[in-house]
Design a protein around this ligand. Structure first.
Ligand SMILES: N[C@@H](CCC(=O)N[C@@H](CS)C(=O)NCC(=O)O)C(=O)O
Length: 208
């Protein structure tokens, strides 16, 4: 099977896709577009946006639909509608967060304002996310006893936005104050896949 991920030199909307692929130990290539060369390339892609995941020549677009596709294909989804709702609703939480961050940090160049927003507004969402984790029995997963889209999404949200080396000093205190069990989730989920651990050690350091 040939798998190619097309994206920019960012974690961005492609990172949950990379995390799912790596967690499952699936080999793929990446084609990275520098921002200057994007305008000549965008017409190749439906909706003229990235990420795009090319699987055996089939070009999949829209990041969350790609994630759902991968989760269905590799056994990380639930047939039960309520369990799947519990799982995918956490994806919507992460997207709301991403959209706010893109707007404040990327467009408005207001990183400090965004950090203030995380502490004053998003902290109640962090508490609600932690409550979901506790309600599932602190199993190491957000829904049931095995990995689902909720875990990939919450791993990317909590690990990359609060705990990775380059943001930890500023962001981890917010988690410690409002939702400390989410740190335990990240530690536990990382241990469930050696492929994921290797990926995290080897991936390039990105700002966004
Ligand atoms: N709903 C889309 C949004 C995709 C999107 O906004 N992609 C941005 C990068 S994160 C992009 O391609 N920007 C370049 C452009 O619009 O020309 C998804 O989730 O994939």
């Amino acid at each position: 099977m040939s798998i190619v991920l097309h994206y920019f030199p960012l974690y961005g909307r492609a990172e949950p896709i990379r995390v799912i692929l790596n967690y499952a130990g699936i080999r793929y290539e990446e084609i990275t577009y520098e921002f200057e060369e994007w305008s000549q390339n965008k017409s190749q892609f439906e909706f003229e946006e990235l990420p795009c995941l090319e699987i055996d020549g089939l070009k999949l677009v829209q990041s969350t639909s790609i994630e759902r596709y991968l989760c269905q294909k590799w056994g990380y989804s639930y047939r039960d509608p309520y369990l799947e709702y519990l799982s995918s609703s956490l994806m919507d939480v992460r997207i709301d967060f991403t959209n706010t961050k893109i707007d404040m940090v990327w467009h408005q160049k207001n990183r400090q304002g965004w950090i203030d927003w995380v502490r004053s507004e998003f902290s109640s969402t962090l508490k609600a996310i932690e409550k979901r984790y506790i309600n599932n029995g602190e199993t190491g997963f957000f829904v049931g006893f095995s990995a689902s889209i909720a875990d990939f999404e919450m791993f990317v949200l909590i690990h990359d936005q609060f705990l990775r080396e380059s943001v930890k000093a500023e962001m981890e205190p917010i988690l410690i104050e409002f939702a400390p069990k989410l740190i335990k989730f990240v530690e536990s989920f990382r241990r469930t896949s050696e492929h994921l651990q290797k990926y995290l050690q080897e991936r390039p350091v990105r700002m966004f």
